[in-house]
Design a protein around this ligand. Structure first.
Ligand SMILES: [Zn+2]
Ligand SMILES: [Zn+2]
Ligand SMILES: [Zn+2]
Length: 278
């Protein structure tokens, strides 16, 4: 299984889109690896988790074709995770040569955002080229050759945001963002469904920042408490790789600063374009 981290920033990007704070000004000046686009993960070149406004730019920057994405799992409807306007381009005079509809899986708000964002410009001939599936937490799905478990995130009071466990060929990937510390029920569900993660990706929006409330996202302490629970339930073990991502300008996510967290907690801080093969 190949897991590509195409974007590693929180909603506002790093540097933040409209921000003149010292962190953003510094990162703008340094550029390169310090720049982070909004979150997207691509598995085996065919299954995308989330579809941010940069999905199109990601495609030519990191060498894949948006038309080759067969399945799109959407964590929740926030615009940094689901930029639905783009889907009006999947057909008519804008696109040709794909053989099957894009299968999108998301909660009912994701389906509602899809309808809202495409209402003005969707051509009747394009609509059949996208198929929306409404899903709920604590489901077991079979998507292409992937076994998918859906779990509730702790992220929104107005929609059922989701975490995903994705498995193929005996390799498992556990995707845990956007979320604050999730409810305890997820661990038993993962265990009873035989989940065994080779890679876990944590929402670490606040990096090592403490002393702020974290109702929707985590910092490194939160990530480590979730890790302990995953280990105690046997979902993770000695060979599991841990990744932190979805960084905000509020935590000054310079790679040099994240390197200290990597060392201290034996994990990897994602950057745009990072690739993991398990
Ligand atoms: Zn987000
Ligand atoms: Zn800023
Ligand atoms: Zn969100």
């Amino acid at each position: 299984m190949e897991i590509k981290y195409l974007g590693t920033a929180a909603a506002e990007g790093v540097p933040a889109m409209f921000c003149k704070c010292p962190v953003c000004e510094n990162i703008r000046a340094i550029g390169g690896k310090e720049l982070r686009t909004r979150t997207q993960i691509l598995i085996d070149g065919e299954l995308s988790i989330d579809f941010p406004p940069e999905a199109y730019v990601h495609s030519f920057k990191y060498g894949f074709d948006c038309a080759d994405i067969k399945y799109l799992l959407v964590t929740h409807s926030h615009m940094d995770h689901f930029y639905a306007h783009d889907f009006i381009l999947r057909g008519y005079r804008y696109a040709e040569g794909f053989s099957a509809p894009l299968e999108i899986y998301g909660n009912s708000e994701v389906a509602a955002v899809f309808s809202e964002c495409t209402a003005r410009e969707m051509k009747p001939s394009v609509a059949p080229n996208i198929k929306m599936h409404v899903i709920k937490p604590y489901s077991r799905l079979e998507i292409g050759g992937y076994k998918v478990l859906t779990l509730p995130a702790n992220h929104s009071k107005t929609e059922e945001a989701m975490l995903f466990y994705i498995e193929k060929g005996g390799k498992g990937y556990l995707h845990m963002h956007d979320t604050s510390i999730p409810e305890d029920g997820i661990y038993g569900f993962l265990k009873s469904n035989g989940a065994r993660a080779c890679v876990v990706s944590f929402d670490c929006t606040y990096a090592d920042r403490t002393g702020i409330s974290r109702p929707r996202h985590m910092n490194i302490e939160d990530c480590m408490s979730v890790k302990q629970k995953l280990v105690s339930f046997g979902v993770c073990g000695e060979d599991t790789k841990y990744v932190i991502t979805h960084f905000s300008h509020n935590c000054n996510p310079l790679t040099s600063r994240l390197a200290e967290i990597e060392k201290k907690f034996s994990l990897k801080a994602a950057y745009d374009g990072m690739n993991i093969i398990v």
